[in-house]
Design a protein around this ligand. Structure first.
Ligand code: GRF
Length: 195
């Protein structure tokens, strides 16, 4: 942990594979007065991830992980996490599944955001499936990561109403806005409950 203004801040690594709107919202959160986290490292498996520009613009250290060999990739992740003294990992659109080794190593210290009301609609293409099933509501969930996909303890979730004319794009846009709102709130809640 890092002492700042006499208070302890958790050192956070955010893992991304794409556009990085959740990364951006976590950075904004971390820049707020008295925020309990400091984002010190962004990890990505995708050299073309748009989120990389967000990390660079905010002068956050960036580590690219080549996933051609998953075992080597995860070794490098663990080295990086140690090197930067990471207390908490926030997955934000990271499209790789972490093995038991990392999950066990950081047990209870890995959060993920998922665009559905878990435990419903785990996995990919949530909005498409939600629409196909004619659901009235969907939403998003921040949860702890365990060794089963999208199955760890739920920290926070928020409902989003599905509108009559919604398609995959309109729905994912609306849910994403809510994701960006709840991720920082979930972190606050998680830290308050665990300190
Ligand atoms: C989000 O919808 C998140 O729930 C999912 O991947 C997407 C990442 O979006 N896991 P962004 O890169 O944070 O904009």
């Amino acid at each position: 942990m890092e002492k700042l203004n006499g208070k302890k801040k958790l050192r956070v690594s955010v893992f991304i594979s794409g556009r990085g709107t959740n990364l951006k919202s976590l950075i904004n959160f971390s820049n707020m007065k008295n925020c309990p986290i400091k984002i010190v490292l962004v990890i990505t498996n995708n050299k073309n991830a748009k989120g990389i520009y967000i990390a660079k613009k905010n002068k956050i250290k960036l580590s690219f992980i080549n996933y051609k060999n998953k075992i080597k990739a995860e070794k490098k992740i663990l080295v990086d996490l140690k090197k930067y003294n990471i207390d908490l990992i926030c997955l934000a659109g990271f499209m790789k599944i972490l093995s038991k080794k990392i999950v066990n190593f950081y047990n209870g210290k890995i959060l993920n955001i998922h665009p559905s009301l878990l435990p419903k609609y785990k996995g990919l293409n949530t909005h498409k499936r939600v629409l196909k099933n004619k659901e009235k509501f969907t939403g998003c969930t921040v949860h702890l990561v365990n060794s089963k996909l999208d199955s760890g303890k739920i920290i926070l979730q928020k409902k989003v109403r599905i509108l009559r004319n919604d398609d995959k794009n309109s729905l994912s846009k609306r849910v994403l806005k809510i994701e960006n709102l709840i991720y920082p709130k979930a972190i606050k809640k998680f830290i308050t409950a665990n300190l």
